[in-house]
Write a protein that binds this ligand. Structure first.
Ligand SMILES: NC(=O)c1ccc[n+]([C@@H]2O[C@H](COP(=O)([O-])OP(=O)(O)OC[C@H]3O[C@@H](n4cnc5c(N)ncnc54)[C@H](O)[C@@H]3O)[C@@H](O)[C@H]2O)c1
Length: 387
């Protein structure tokens, strides 16, 4: 039962991201309404929150008393109108399909109080277009949490063309109250972190299509290098349907080079979506436990190649005015756990070699998206890149 003083946050979609976002809001002392399309899904979402909060108790991060109290601050519902009533913030986390998101926002605009902020956890899609489905585009914002939301250190706040300064301030306050670092992005496909990751994700998918390496050997090389998850395991962890939908969106909005890869398309057709269905690129262990990867036999592949591709995209993101050097570096370190930000890395790189490497990649795979940015080609990176 919601106490009079507690403010309410509504989370729409109780899947991989939604239940974690609901837990973040609970831990920030909001009353939370978690909504999905059927009782089984919301019950599963609630059970996941319960499991995760119990882990916090085991690790002495919260007391047993607080755990019990937090659960009383959570309601689940399959009624969107009920979820949205008396709320100050709705966060949408439904599948990555623009028409579905617009439809939800139209309804949230009708059902929620006029002052409520409407946020989307979309990984790639236009906050401006989602906002235009409502009568309050100034109160629509992106709140992009990395998975798992509860452990995320950073939230990417996406400013749509009509998002007001007070909405951005609200989003920053929400992020800081959750104990996370805010970074700000202009509205553009994939925003900061996913846009910079996109061409390196494309590269590993092309390598998969060509069967150049086995996924486990690449992932072993990544784990041996100190990454917390290899790139193929990450695809499975994100969800191959999310990867597929995002690729289609990038192909439409950025470049056809991003069209979904054959291997991913086939797996999605067979509903082998990764961790969430128990099988994708890998077979996952019961309870969503990570696949066991043999670290003794890594591929002879230089993981820095993925970073080189990311640097090139980061330069494009900077030139397009999507984010600052600082937010790009913070985002890539905190969202994707890269040991270095792209601009920290580029400082010590030979730009001639980087340019030749990227040209070679563009030729090898026939993808212009890998071509070096003119600032790299001409060795004219601006002074502000110096961090
Ligand atoms: N998976 C990731 O790693 C990740 C990371 C950051 C952002 N995102 C974004 O978060 C969003 C959700 O992704 P996910 O991985 O949680 O997907 P998911 O498939 O795990 O969960 C989506 C949930 O939305 C529910 N849903 C569908 N239609 C609905 C409706 N009309 N009303 C209420 N609920 C509805 C589904 O039943 C499902 O439970 C996407 O926009 C995705 O791009 C995903």
């Amino acid at each position: 039962m919601k106490s009079e003083k507690m403010k309410k946050v509504s989370v729409i979609g109780a899947g991989h991201m939604g239940h974690g976002i609901a837990e973040v809001a609970l831990l920030s002392d909001y009353f939370v309404s978690l909504c999905d399309i059927n009782e089984d899904i919301v019950a599963k979402g609630k059970a996941m929150i319960d499991w995760s909060l119990k882990k916090f108790v085991e690790k002495s991060k919260i007391t047993e008393k607080r755990y019990k109290k937090l659960l009383t601050n959570l309601e689940t519902t399959i009624d969107l109108e009920r979820a949205a009533e008396n709320t100050i913030l709705c966060i949408e986390a439904v599948p990555e399909r623009l028409e579905l998101k617009k439809d939800i926002f139209r309804k949230l605009d009708t059902f929620s109080p006029k002052h409520a902020i409407l946020a989307s956890n979309t990984s790639t899609m236009s906050i401006t277009e989602i906002g235009d489905a409502t009568q309050r585009p100034d109160k629509v914002v992106g709140l992009h949490f990395p998975p798992p939301a509860v452990l995320a250190q950073v939230i990417e706040i996406v400013r749509g063309d009509k998002t007001s300064e007070s909405t951005i301030k609200f989003a920053i306050d929400f992020t800081e109250r959750a104990g996370k670092v805010p970074i700000i992005s202009k509205d553009s496909p994939g925003f900061i972190c996913n846009r910079i990751m996109a061409p390196s994700m494309l590269l590993i998918q092309l390598m998969l299509d060509r069967k150049e390496y086995t996924p486990a050997k690449i992932d072993a090389a990544a784990l041996n290098m100190g990454m917390i998850m290899g790139p193929y395991e990450l695809l499975d962890y994100i969800g191959l349907d999310v990867v597929y939908d995002s690729s289609k969106y990038y192909a439409e909005r950025l470049s056809v080079d991003y069209s979904p890869s054959q291997t991913i398309s086939k797996l999605v057709e067979k509903n082998k979506l990764g961790r969430k269905t128990g099988e994708g690129i890998y077979k996952w262990l019961p309870g969503g436990k990570r696949p066991i990867i043999d670290l003794s036999d890594p591929a002879d592949f230089d993981l820095m190649d993925l970073m080189r591709v990311q640097i090139n995209e980061a330069v494009k993101v900077l030139e397009e005015g999507i984010a600052t050097v600082q937010d790009i570096d913070i985002g890539m370190k905190l969202h994707y756990h890269n040991p270095w930000g792209p601009f920290e890395l580029v400082e010590n790189m030979n730009l001639g070699e980087l340019s030749r490497f990227l040209d070679n990649l563009a030729e090898t795979y026939g993808k212009e998206v890998f071509r070096p940015h003119k600032w790299i080609q001409d060795k004219t990176l601006p002074e502000r890149i110096k961090v």
